[in-house]
Design a protein around this ligand. Structure first.
Ligand SMILES: [Zn+2]
Length: 257
């Protein structure tokens, strides 16, 4: 009898402990890529004039990372494009919400600014309609939005217990300010006939150089995500460096090669 009582007491105690101390939610992460490479013949932008792609140096991707702390899900996406029109982000986030439940406010999409990609800017680069639904996305913009959502969906499918680490480092040797103050009279008139205070990309070593127009940002910030046994899932990083490319002319490339 005493044995049964002890068992009942032990059982009640463990129930009380469970009720008072629920298990901590597990942090999870998942990552995936999806291919954004345009058809050959598509216009490659980033130079002074667009030119048709004749080859692929390396495929273009949407690189997608989903983080979940048990309460909130976030999606971080980096695309191998020069940039993109707002409609691409709008459409992609619409698909993502419909298919994964991650709300648009929890999705961050950025571009690496490669100069060797097709344009997702559309013909009206700088026009923002009052309502996004009034804007007609073109064929490649629609494709990119769909592929971003596919990547996020695959990343969400791969959520598993994970650890997250963050650090920063400084790498000042690769960054410089492209805008310079020049000596009086050295800045030519702009297309509207006015004289800017600073000039972008002045000739290197020019005797007219006075000083850069501002500081540089040498910080490299790194968010690293791995499985509990140490296997890497993703690295999400930021460095204020303009385009660096190794692709020869007329080839698609993500630009960091
Ligand atoms: Zn550029």
């Amino acid at each position: 009898m005493k044995k049964y009582l002890l068992a009942i007491v032990a059982c009640l105690m463990s129930t009380t402990l469970l009720a008072a101390d629920p298990p901590a939610p597990t942090f999870r992460a998942g990552a995936a890529t999806s291919n954004l490479t345009p058809a050959l013949g598509s216009a490659i932008i980033g130079g002074f004039l667009p030119f048709p792609a004749t080859n692929v140096h390396d495929e273009l991707h949407a690189r997608c990372l989903v983080l979940d702390d048990g309460k909130t899900k976030l999606a971080l996406v980096v695309v191998d494009l020069l940039g993109f029109h707002y409609i691409v982000s709008h459409e992609a986030r619409k698909f993502i919400e419909q298919e994964t439940g991650i709300p648009p406010t929890n999705v961050l999409i950025s571009a690496v600014h490669t100069h060797s990609a097709a344009s997702a800017l559309g013909e009206k680069h700088f026009e923002f309609p009052q309502k996004a639904d009034e804007y007609q996305a073109d064929k490649y913009q629609t494709f990119v939005a769909r592929r971003i959502a596919d990547g996020v969906k695959c990343a969400a499918n791969r959520l598993r217990p994970a650890q997250l680490g963050f650090t920063t480092a400084e790498a000042p040797e690769h960054v410089f300010n492209r805008r310079w103050f020049l000596k009086p009279g050295a800045i030519p008139p702009g297309p509207f006939g006015t004289i800017d205070q600073v000039k972008m990309n002045p000739a290197a070593g020019s005797p007219d150089l006075v000083k850069p127009a501002g500081p540089t940002d040498p910080l490299v910030s790194i968010l690293a995500v791995r499985e509990l046994d140490g296997r890497p899932i993703a690295v999400y990083s930021c460095y204020s460096l303009h385009y660096v490319g190794g692709a020869t002319w007329m080839r698609c490339s993500a630009g960091i090669s």
